[in-house]
Design a protein around this ligand. Structure first.
Ligand SMILES: NC(=O)c1ccc[n+]([C@@H]2O[C@H](COP(=O)([O-])OP(=O)(O)OC[C@H]3O[C@@H](n4cnc5c(N)ncnc54)[C@H](O)[C@@H]3O)[C@@H](O)[C@H]2O)c1
Length: 360
């Protein structure tokens, strides 16, 4: 039997990016936990998308708006008066950031400034989780994992925008939400840095699993750009479990947790792109295949791993599904979608329940 954590029952939550891939999974999980959610973001970024397929909007109050529009964004947050905020809205793609660096920095950096400025004016808010990325670190192509206190950086506009968002949160925290003055402001702000999230319902351009899913459904071979690039792959529910754990700690224990946190997979699940492509191809069957794209591509990091010792020790968080399970769950999701797209809300909720087990 599933027991629900009573902490979330009736909590007022503000979630940006609720129409996106990760935001939809988080919104569904929060809905199951009984939270009252207001979502704020642009329309779903792809067609199809998980937000519409799983009818995510049924369980929350959805506002379509732009985090670059400071007055509208502030008004929405202040009027909803949340106790807990999750900030996921962003332009999340490396390749698109090369095509449109201005949009990327405006949404990812100024969007974060606008968020924290609005939080300053919202007396009910106690906990803020800003989602950045494993790419926020200055990548030295090391073989070991980055720790939370390592230098921010980023070669491409997306990665750098996430490093900048980290610096924004750090400066705003020191200036306005300083842990030393917690009794005056009562706001705890933290950042969360996850690896490459995989799972059903992602149709983003230039991401491995969505590219493969689209091609497999169309019966075409997938063209792979960087088969040797190593990434920390994990099911989308792993970092989401981390965001929920962190938000609860911030809410209940405040400044002790107001800092940056890594949420990545076990070391053995940092694998090359070719491994994932082979595994997905085998899981899918039906003559699925991939081939190498030998063309020229913009720079992307070759090697990226996270050290998650701090989250495991201090938050008690740890990954629950290994990479093989994550890939199986993802393949099952897209296969089910291919035969019964109208059943994806129930199917997605079932995967959340399978993941959460007795700890939902
Ligand atoms: N998917 C991953 O592997 C991964 C890994 C680490 C971090 N992240 C971060 O997680 C967050 C969610 O990523 P995702 O994979 O779900 O991406 P996504 O593209 O599926 O969703 C992005 C969401 O942000 C919204 N958005 C974009 N620009 C906006 C703007 N200017 N104003 C308001 N809303 C805007 C979109 O409408 C959508 O709801 C992002 O911050 C991303 O950087 C993702």
């Amino acid at each position: 039997m599933v027991t629900r954590d009573p902490f979330w029952q009736g909590k007022k939550v503000f979630l940006t990016g609720h129409t996106g891939f990760m935001g939809s999974w988080l919104a569904l999980w929060l809905t199951e936990l009984g939270a009252g959610i207001t979502g704020f973001s642009l329309k779903p970024p792809t067609d199809p998308n998980l937000f519409e397929l799983a009818r995510v909007g049924d369980g929350l109050s959805s506002i379509i708006g732009d985090v670059r529009d400071c007055p509208a964004f502030s008004r929405a947050l202040m009027e909803s008066g949340p106790e807990i905020v999750f900030h996921l809205a962003a332009q999340p793609l490396v390749r698109r950031s090369y095509q449109d660096p201005v949009e990327t920095y405006a949404s990812n950096v100024m969007g974060t400034v606008h968020l924290l400025e609005a939080v300053r004016r919202t007396p009910q808010t106690r906990a803020v989780v800003v989602v950045t990325s494993d790419k926020c670190y200055e990548n030295r192509e090391w073989f070991w994992g980055y720790r939370e206190d390592e230098a921010m950086g980023g070669y491409d506009p997306y990665s750098s925008s996430k490093g900048c968002a980290e610096l924004v949160v750090s400066a705003m925290r020191r200036s306005f939400f300083n842990p030393a003055d917690y009794s005056k402001h009562r706001v705890a702000t933290a950042t969360a840095r996850a690896g490459n999230a995989i799972g059903g319902g992602d149709w983003s351009a230039d991401r491995l699993i969505p590219d493969m899913a689209k091609n497999l459904l169309a019966g075409k071979a997938t063209v792979i750009r960087s088969p040797r690039a190593v990434r920390p792959w994990q099911h989308v529910l792993e970092p989401i479990q981390g965001y929920l754990t962190l938000a609860k700690k911030l809410f209940l224990e405040g400044p002790a947790y107001a800092e940056g946190w890594n949420f990545g997979p076990a070391d053995s699940d940092a694998r090359p792109v070719s491994y994932i492509a082979d595994r997905v191809t085998r899981l899918w069957g039906d003559g699925a295949s991939w081939r190498l794209d030998a063309g020229e591509h913009p720079h992307e990091a070759h090697y990226l791993k996270l050290d998650c010792s701090k989250s495991m020790t201090r938050l008690g968080w740890s990954p629950r599904w290994d990479l093989d399970t994550a890939l199986k769950k993802t393949a099952e999701w897209y296969k089910t979608y291919s035969v019964r797209p109208e059943g994806m809300r129930e199917f997605t909720l079932q995967q959340i329940a399978d993941y959460a087990g007795a700890r939902l």
